[in-house]
Design a protein. Structure first.
Length: 216
């Protein structure tokens, strides 16, 4: 394969780099920032895409964040690439606190009198629900009996409160990212335009001097 890695990584390294990428999260964040700065759209359109990406990380649609962010950016007329990059706000280091905040807010808004699940319990619930969903889909294809009772409990106790509770913190963090991004992206684009104009001006001044005199 053309894009296959030459050095095959062991399983432990793949898992380790999922939680701590090579070069650290600082380097990964700088890469995302660099890509956002080089997008050609106006700052407001790029920032709307960032809003869509950040907001999406507060939704419980794991595995579909790219799709949700892209669709939301399209609705908001934002930059879709910026939305996809904005989803990196959610990563293995932030998903747990995001989930806890969303669930606590959801329980409060829905009037559910219960404490948020423990970190390990939250991850276990989503993993277990995904596995059970897959098992039921396989059983449905094979025309075997299915049992959706545990998934119904998961929906009412975790998924629905998470979905409702993630709206408010998602909007707050998304708007914060929007208003912080607009001036930074505008300043970078203006500086880049100024650098390009300076280079073009230097080339125009240099061109007549380098042009050889016409021969008789």
């Amino acid at each position: 394969m053309v894009f296959k890695r030459r050095d095959r990584r062991p399983l432990w390294r793949i898992v380790l780099e999922l939680f701590w990428p090579r070069g650290g999260w600082g380097r990964a964040a700088r890469y995302v920032q660099h890509r956002l700065h080089r997008l050609p759209d106006p700052p407001e359109k790029i920032a709307r895409g960032i809003f869509a990406g950040v907001f999406t990380t507060f939704t419980p649609f794991y595995g579909m964040h790219f799709v949700v962010a892209g669709l939301l950016a399209w609705i908001l007329r934002g930059n879709i690439i910026a939305a996809l990059l904005g989803t990196f706000f959610g990563n293995p280091l932030t998903y747990v606190p995001i989930g806890i905040a969303a669930l606590r807010t959801g329980y409060w808004l829905l009037g559910i009198n219960r404490h948020e699940p423990h970190h390990s319990s939250l991850l276990h619930k989503f993993t277990y629900a995904g596995g059970e969903l897959w098992d039921n889909l396989i059983a449905w294809v094979l025309r075997e009996p299915t049992d959706w009772s545990d998934l119904q409990i998961f929906y009412h106790e975790v998924f629905y409160p998470y979905m409702i509770g993630g709206i408010l913190p998602g909007i707050i963090c998304g708007l914060t990212a929007y208003y912080l991004s607009v001036p930074v992206i505008r300043a970078y684009q203006n500086r880049r335009k100024g650098a390009l104009k300076a280079k073009l001006g230097a080339l125009k001044k240099k061109k007549p001097a380098d042009t050889p005199p016409p021969s008789d």
